[in-house]
Write a protein of this length. Structure first.
Lengths: 113, 114
């Protein structure tokens, strides 16, 4: 059974800092990995999708990397802003045509002005 | 497109009552997912549909839960009878095709059973 863990569970940083969020998964046989952002009381917004054959994806100040063999992904946020404050979730999709997605436990980020 | 639309946004009901949550996926998406989010268990996949057909309902917690997708633009998740432990945020998501495609989530329905 796939298990996805995110460390740390919560993080507080001053504005402008670069930061790294971690995601680890127990079964390296994944189809893809997706990073989401969730604002309080809101749904999930997709940030980046990394296919199993890719090593990283970038979007603006965000960069996500994937190391399937070690079961790890990181989300790098450059020059953090107060608007980045949210909960960040990673999710892995099982291979074989199944759509089963397992979500991580989330990292709650607070960027202090 | 307006994105995935869920209704209601909030629902408060008494234990034992029937609850129906509704979802309208993004037009053209052929996969629809129902998730439940709680503090204790995080986000859990309950069931998903492909072309209106239920594919995997192994995440549905009990027989009190049922889901239908009568057409490509509408799905319901029903709980009958509801219990306090069903209180959670229920999300609907849709995606196009299979494999390496993004899932788009609705705003969720916050259900409180008292």
């Amino acid at each position: 059974k796939q298990e996805v863990t995110q460390i740390p569970a919560a993080l507080s940083v001053p504005e402008g800092e670069n930061l790294v969020l971690n995601c680890s998964f127990t079964d390296s046989a994944i189809y893809n990995l997706q990073w989401f952002r969730q604002d309080p009381g809101k749904g999930l917004t997709s940030l980046l999708l990394i296919q199993s054959s890719q090593r990283e994806q970038t979007s603006g100040r965000l960069n996500a990397s994937l190391d399937k063999s070690s079961g790890r992904s990181t989300l790098y946020i450059a020059a953090s802003q107060p608007g980045d404050s949210a909960t960040y979730l990673c999710a892995v999709k099982a291979p074989g045509g199944y759509q089963k997605v397992t979500f991580g436990t989330g990292t709650k980020l607070q960027v202090i002005p | 497109d307006a994105g995935v639309i869920q209704s209601p946004r909030h629902e408060v009901t008494e234990m034992g009552q029937e609850v129906t949550l509704r979802c309208k996926p993004i037009s053209g998406h052929d996969y629809l997912f129902w998730y439940r989010q709680t503090m204790m268990r995080g986000l859990e996949l309950l069931i998903y549909f492909n072309n209106n057909v239920p594919i995997d309902d192994s995440g549905m917690p009990e027989d009190r839960f049922s889901a239908k997708m009568p057409n490509a633009s509408f799905s319901t998740l029903k709980i009958q009878p509801s219990e306090p432990r069903d209180s959670a945020v229920y999300f609907c998501a849709s995606s196009l095709g299979r494999g390496n495609t993004e899932a788009f989530f609705g705003q969720g329905t916050r259900l409180t059973v008292v």
